[in-house]
Design a protein around this ligand. Structure first.
Ligand code: DGL
Length: 269
């Protein structure tokens, strides 16, 4: 068991979005080793078919398993919506947590919230994964969804607060104004990068913004505790991508607020 305890946590996404999860995990579990994989050669996932996303996700899962991870965090809503069951099956005894379960858990935990907004990729919105997960807890909750396909390329480009980002956010979010939503789930891990400006776009309507990163980090800590797999001697962060490591390196250091030893390119089999 000692070996598994010291093994890293695997986190993955199509690109930099999952770093919002990695950051929350580093904050919640600073002495855990982490392996992060961003599929920069194939981002975005949100406009691709479920079959394609599933195939990509299983390749990444195998990569992480070969690296000996003790837990997998699906830091991508699109993957959570279309490939969660297949990943759980491929991972065997290794626990798998996903951002949709985490985000839903936070949303339904908010007292008296009966009107919830969800923004996500086309894949996530079309899958209705959030609607079903929320209704499994309470079918009377109203869920209003909006797909925001342009936000992922903007985030990958680092355009998170310029005038293009503001206009694009208005385009997608103005429809929520006056809709009575009490909370808005950021149903794509790239979207927390816009977290600073989203409240101003919604014009101070008092909408609670839900980012599943903190919630999945808390679940990871609880699960590792339950399994007696918490590591108190690690803290290393290793980063792998499928393309353009330099670009990722710069964005990741800026976003995580820490120096990274390097970002390695891997070819998945
Ligand atoms: N960040 C991912 C998500 O949470 C995927 C975005 C994309 O690649 O389209 O859905």
């Amino acid at each position: 068991m000692q070996d598994l305890k010291n093994a890293p946590i695997g986190i993955f996404d199509s690109g930099i979005g999952g770093l919002t999860v990695a950051k929350a995990v580093i904050d919640a579990l600073p002495t855990e080793d982490i392996i992060y994989f961003g599929d920069t050669a194939r981002v975005p996932y949100g406009i691709k078919s479920e079959e394609t996303v599933r195939a990509y996700a299983l390749q990444i899962t195998n990569f992480l398993l070969k690296r000996g991870v003790k837990m997998i965090l699906i830091a991508c809503n699109t993957v959570s919506a279309s490939a969660k069951e297949e990943i759980i099956q491929a991972a065997g005894d290794i626990p798998v947590l996903d951002v949709i379960t985490a985000g839903t858990h936070t949303a339904i935990g908010l007292a008296n919230h009966h009107n919830i907004g969800v923004i996500g990729t086309l894949g996530t919105v079309n899958s209705r994964a959030y609607v079903e997960a929320i209704h499994a807890h309470d079918p009377t909750i109203t869920v209003k969804q909006e797909a925001c396909p342009l936000l992922v390329p903007l985030a990958e480009e680092g355009w998170i607060d310029n005038d293009v980002a503001v206009k694009t956010l208005h385009h997608y979010l103005d429809g929520f104004k006056g809709s009575g939503i009490q909370s808005l789930i950021l149903g794509c891990t790239h979207y927390p990068l816009f977290k600073e400006i989203i409240p101003s776009i919604l014009n101070g309507e008092g909408v609670e913004i839900i980012d599943s990163a903190e919630s999945i980090a808390t679940s990871a800590r609880e699960k590792l505790g339950e399994l007696s797999l918490l590591n108190d001697t690690g803290g290393e962060f290793q980063c792998f991508v499928s393309d353009r490591p330099q670009r990722f390196h710069e964005l990741a250091e800026r976003f995580l607020g820490r120096r990274l030893n390097g970002v390695e390119v891997v070819v998945l089999d």
